[in-house]
Design a protein around this ligand. Structure first.
Ligand code: HEM
Length: 139
């Protein structure tokens, strides 16, 4: 880390990564809310195999959840070229996404617990706050 201002290219890469992740999180939020409101899930016997048949919304939401994990790792790698606070916020967002993913899996595998659904909402919010904070810090 140096005291010199970061190169504009690195700033642009960080801005693009944060904005891209916020966009994907927005889509994930809408998919999650759509499942919550319009999909009826079986409250018991929802194992790993049945998860694959949860319908297109659940499937897309799960796939996007995995994409978000990879995207968040990529965002940390980009943040590592920028500076301390960019890394801190990118790691906090990664943590939020991981927590949300764990919440989603627990929700489906353990009887649609409200607390697991809430965990997803909390993880989502933490991730969004992290990327907004990163944007504020680097612009
Ligand atoms: C394998 C991963 C995931 C699975 C299986 C999953 C599954 C689900 C399901 C079944 C719902 C509906 C919950 C309900 O009806 O109460 C939901 C909602 C939601 N999910 Fe996920 N999800 C996953 C990952 C994520 C991730 C990574 C995020 C965001 C970072 C996220 C954000 C949300 C949000 C915001 C909602 C709507 C609010 C809520 O019900 O909590 N999910 N998800």
């Amino acid at each position: 880390m140096t005291n010199q201002p970061p190169a504009p290219a690195r700033r642009s890469a960080n801005t693009a990564a944060s904005l891209g992740m916020l966009g994907l999180l927005g889509v994930q939020f809408l998919l999650g809310m759509a499942i919550n409101l319009f999909v009826t899930l079986p409250s018991s016997g929802f194992g790993m195999v049945e998860m694959m048949y949860g319908g297109p919304l659940v499937m897309t939401h799960m796939m996007l959840g995995m994409t978000l994990v990879f995207g968040a790792l990529f965002a940390v790698a980009i943040a590592a070229q920028y500076g301390y606070w960019a890394i801190v916020w990118a790691v906090i967002s990664l943590g939020g996404i991981l927590v949300a993913g764990v919440g989603g899996l627990i929700f489906l595998l353990d009887g649609l617990r409200n607390s697991a659904s809430f965990l997803m909402a909390v993880g989502f919010l933490v991730a969004v706050i992290g990327y907004i904070a990163e944007l504020v810090k680097i612009t």
